[in-house]
Ligand binder design. Sequence first.
Ligand code: 0WD
Length: 253
Amino acid sequence: MLENKIGMIFGVANKRSIAWACASACAGSGAKLAFTYQGERLQENVEKLAGDLEDSLVVPCDVTDQAAVDAAFAAVAEKYGRLDFVIHSIAFAPREALEGEFVTTTRDAFRTALEISAFSLTQIALAASPLMKDGGSIVTMSYYGAEKVVSNYNVMGVAKAALESSTRYLAADLGKQNIRVNAISAGPINTLSARGVKNMGTLLGYVAEKSPLKRNVSAAEVGNTALFLVSDLSSGITGETIYVDCGYNIMGI
Ligand code: 0WD
């Protein structure tokens, strides 16, 4: 499905990362992939995972460093000459902001969370679009806490609301270049980042009990939806937030 397509994946920390599930699905469908890693602590993990894929590229990229973002896209341009899709699967908020009351969020925590978790999508879309010469697809990861209050999710919920809104504005701007931008709102999954949210275990249990499918979603299921969104099968879809959450979001009382 993705033969001859080049993708760039942001946000692999380890094999449990949602970004890795997306990468596996896309590579399995024939895509060639470039991976970015955030810092030296993650370099070895990402190089090891990417090493099993044919013709991949691994480059450093902390999104708070514009020069690093530019260098990552320059490396992709040099190796492949173009880009067909991007998977943006990164988020960060200081741990102390992910517990207790939202009202105590500091200016610094707010700025950091919004910069890394929301602004980075716009930053990456701007850098990616010149390389998407035949159109393209950009996919980001959101969560239900964007629209409903989820205990302890706090400033990350506000960041995800900004991310989902950014998805719509970017879709409107980039549509004329045939670049589509969509978000996946994934149900909770036990990854490294998720463990930063207090009482994640309780949340997983609650969602499994209340969701129509009576279970939690897997990273592989999110990966398969990302594959659909970067493929031509979704050619008429842009600016959307698609829930991949075993139906949890539809439930009322
Ligand atoms: O329940 C979950 N796990 C859900 C996650 C439910 C719904 C959405 N999501 C979202 C997250 O908010 C995030 O946007 O999915 C995305 C991926 O999250 P993940 O796969 O759960 O978490 P993880 O494997 O930790 O990957 C996130 C990575 C970082 O990992 P760590 O754990 O080291 O913070 O985001 C990257 C980093 O690799 N990251 C950055 N990348 C570039 N520059 C930066 C940065 N400044 N900060 C974090």
